[in-house]
Design a protein around this ligand. Structure first.
Ligand SMILES: NC(=O)c1ccc[n+]([C@@H]2O[C@H](COP(=O)([O-])OP(=O)(O)OC[C@H]3O[C@@H](n4cnc5c(N)ncnc54)[C@H](O)[C@@H]3O)[C@@H](O)[C@H]2O)c1
Length: 363
């Protein structure tokens, strides 16, 4: 990067990667110049939509061609580390989709490459960019809820296994199921709201109830992807529940499901403090979505429920904007993926605890 020339951005992956493409093409000071993905028709279409001429069927060629300042990695999770490490070694700043990687060892290799090359490594936890989460964070940092000592967070789907038999449901490609996929967003949100406490231990359980029976697939997604012998691979969990002990004696109850017998999809993050509680809930059936932020407190000694006005959701655009701000700040030393690495360590402990049937220490 020289002077004020626009940053030159590339995106790998044509699924959620489209959100990154849109952000790079809309934000100031950055130019989307390269795309990579393995669906030729979609790649050509997106190239035309975004006015991008450098199109690659494989990420390695895109990086080898050089001339990129930043890339977004939005591929199956097991490819995050190889792509991020190669890009960081080539001097490119990296925004990777969540979860950071399929294993803690891979996540560590990413953070180490960011550190040794002194480049920004950021992970796209876009759910924390919801307006209500930002409002809750302000309530907490201003001290209105007092000291937080207990929190609950969950993302529960009634029927939402992403493409049964796709890479999402294969352990080597995804690293895990619903906790790895959507639970990690709620873990990130809760730890962010709680001001980054250390996580001392995890006690967890995982269940595979719907997927192995070919049930619980997300409506509207491609039909189940089967092996040549007709078998639909489901090697991960579709429900995960975890109890985490945090620094200062606080605790966090976390749950995530891709499929569960519940009335409709529901998400929540609730924090309880010495002076008040706050809960953000959203979900609902497609024809009746809801979201509400409630604060339980007292006004002049009278019990009260407050409903703060909520700023707009920031989404992937805000995530990309924050990443670019870190790149431009020139202080990559603060942004070597350490925060996301802590999430990866917790996720690994959750899976270890579920496998062992016992509490696992992170200390
Ligand atoms: N933050 C969010 O809201 C969010 C939402 C969905 C998915 N994700 C994450 O984003 C990642 C991608 O998920 P998705 O739903 O977009 O998956 P997807 O299967 O829809 O897309 C994966 C893309 O990766 C591309 N790809 C695979 N191998 C490649 C290679 N060698 N070179 C170039 N491209 C290659 C594929 O061609 C495809 O375009 C996952 O890690 C997932 O957890 C995040």
């Amino acid at each position: 990067m020289t002077g004020r020339a626009p940053l030159r951005a590339g995106v790998v992956g044509l699924g959620v990667g489209r959100g990154h493409m849109r952000a790079y093409s809309e934000l100031d000071g950055v130019e989307l110049v390269a795309l990579a993905g393995q669906e030729p028709d979609q790649l050509a279409g997106l190239g035309a939509d975004f006015g991008v001429r450098r199109l690659y069927p494989d990420w390695a060629t895109m990086i080898a061609d050089g001339d990129l300042d930043v890339i977004s990695v939005a591929t199956p999770t097991a490819l995050h580390a190889p792509i991020a490490v190669a890009a960081l070694n080539a001097g490119i700043h990296v925004l990777s989709e969540k979860p950071m990687a399929e294993s803690l060892a891979s996540a560590r290799s990413m953070a180490e490459a960011a550190r040794s090359n002194d480049r920004v490594l950021d992970i796209s936890f876009n759910q924390r960019q919801r307006g209500a989460v930002r409002a809750m964070r302000e309530l907490i940092t201003s001290g209105q809820l007092g000291e937080l000592y207990y929190a609950k967070a969950g993302w529960l789907r009634r029927q939402g296994i992403p493409s049964l038999g796709s890479w999402f449901t294969r352990s080597t490609l995804a690293g895990g199921g619903t906790m790895m996929d959507i639970g990690v967003h709620m873990l990130d949100m809760a730890l962010h709201l709680l001001d980054e406490p250390a996580v001392h231990s995890a006690s967890a359980a995982g269940y595979a109830v719907f997927g192995p029976r070919g049930r619980g697939g997300m409506a509207g997604r491609a039909r189940p992807v089967a092996d040549p012998d007709g078998r639909v691979a489901f090697e991960v969990e579709d429900l995960s529940t975890a109890f985490l002990r945090l620094s200062g004696g606080a605790t966090l109850l976390l749950e995530a499901s891709w499929a569960q017998w519940i009335p409709h999809d529901q998400c929540y993050v609730t924090v309880y403090g010495t002076e008040g509680g706050a809960s953000y809930e959203w979900g609902g059936p497609p024809n009746a979505p809801y979201q509400r932020l409630n604060v339980w407190t007292e006004v002049d000694g009278t019990p009260a429920v407050l409903q703060p006005l909520v700023p707009e959701n920031g989404g992937i655009r805000a995530t990309v904007g924050n990443f670019l701000a870190k790149v431009r700040s020139g202080t990559s030393g603060d942004h070597w993926g350490e925060e996301a690495l802590r999430r990866a360590a917790v996720v690994e402990a959750i899976y270890a605890s579920a496998a062992e049937g016992a509490e696992v220490s992170l200390d």
